[in-house]
Design a protein around this ligand. Structure first.
Ligand code: SAH
Length: 346
């Protein structure tokens, strides 16, 4: 028999209250259920002890509570934990918990696979299967907050949307999840500790500014030359750098938040003087900083990270041009948990 029950976790607080009202039950019961679901993270109506048996039966008749399960966990020698997260329909995404001396950062996925075609990214090879629901995104954060407390004796300090998928192509659910993460009846985390990383979709960057979001923005730039960027991020032919820079100026105008550009330097791709000059020019248009990231090679790829010397020349040129820049070493490489390596290799 086909399961016709609805996942209660896709309903808003108001919708749950309305459900109770439509059964002639006071709406505050809906509030209690909402808190059980989101504040206490309960996955069984029968554990909601302030509901009567009658109300629990009613909920069980109409609803189910879908949730993720951590299927598999790998720990890197540097402390990074990679989780294979099984969804209710058996798809698997990955979430990574990254500890440093001061912080623990959760890197979460927003889609199963990805529809973009960045040639250097392992997730691109998986294609996009479906978007994650808000609760599936939220659950990853809750699971990693528990792990952070268990292994590192502290709560999560930061969240980055840098796992599988393009968050701006699942905008509604990503924003709903962030609402729950920041809600006092959810995890009550500050939005300033959240960073959304996008491959750069101008229309959606403007939309975020219009929606007055409070989190930080990172853009995977990798090249400030249109012809080079199109070679490594082919979808960029639809989103020219000109439009991207206009949307970022708009973002800054309305949020006053500086943008972080993520940038990998590859041999023979973006390792020339003109690449550096183009990046400097691009950065000068908008208050921004640059995160040079280490390249994590993926299967069958001929791409190779540029030499230390070239990386140094980028660092020097950017610094001389008064652009803030860091070079970030990857974490969790030995378990394929580093940026761009997330492709269900368990
Ligand atoms: N789709 C989003 C978020 C996921 S990718 C985005 O594009 O930003 C997270 C980051 O990892 C991005 O900056 C991406 O460019 C980078 N990345 C992808 N593959 C990589 C690889 N093989 N080595 C290093 N960084 C990589």
């Amino acid at each position: 028999m086909k399961n016709t029950k609805k996942d209660i976790r896709v309903l808003s607080r108001k919708e749950i209250q309305d459900f109770f009202l439509s059964h002639n039950i006071p709406s505050f019961k809906g509030n209690q259920v909402y808190q059980w679901l989101w504040k206490k993270g309960v996955h069984d109506f029968d554990l909601m002890t302030n509901l009567s048996l009658e109300h629990r039966i009613l909920l069980n008749t109409y609803f189910e509570i879908n949730h993720i399960n951590i299927d598999f966990q790998q720990r890197s020698t540097d402390g990074t934990i990679k989780n294979a997260v099984k969804l209710h329909d058996q798809f698997i995404v990955e979430s990574v918990l990254i500890p440093t001396s001061k912080r623990t950062t959760a890197c979460v996925s927003s889609q199963v696979g990805c529809s973009l075609d960045c040639v250097f990214c392992a997730t691109a090879a998986l294609k996009r299967m479906r978007n994650l629901n808000a609760d599936e995104i939220y659950d990853q954060v809750v699971a990693m907050d528990k792990q952070s407390k268990l292994y590192f004796k502290r709560s999560l300090s930061n969240i980055v949307f840098m796992g599988m998928g393009e968050p701006l192509l699942n905008y509604k659910n990503v924003l709903l999840a962030i609402d729950k993460i920041t809600d006092p009846d959810g995890l009550a985390m500050s939005p300033r500790r959240i960073t959304l990383s996008t491959s750069g979709i101008p229309k959606m960057i403007k939309k975020m500014a219009d929606d007055k979001v409070k989190f930080d923005l990172a853009v995977s730039l990798h090249s400030a030359r249109q012809e080079v960027r199109e070679k490594i991020m082919p979808f960029a032919n639809k989103f020219p750098l000109n439009d991207l820079s206009k949307s970022l100026a708009y973002w800054y105008q309305y949020t006053k938040k500086q943008i972080t550009f993520e940038y990998v330097i590859w041999e023979g791709v973006n390792d020339k003087k003109e690449d550096i000059q183009a990046l400097i020019k691009f950065c000068h248009q908008i208050p921004s900083k640059v995160n040079l990231i280490q390249y994590n090679p993926i299967d069958n790829s001929l791409m190779k990270e540029a030499s230390e010397e070239i990386i140094e020349s980028y660092l020097k040129a950017l610094t001389q041009s008064k652009i803030k820049v860091t070079y970030r070493r990857s974490r969790g490489e030995d378990i394929a948990a580093a940026c761009g390596q997330l492709a269900n290799k368990l």
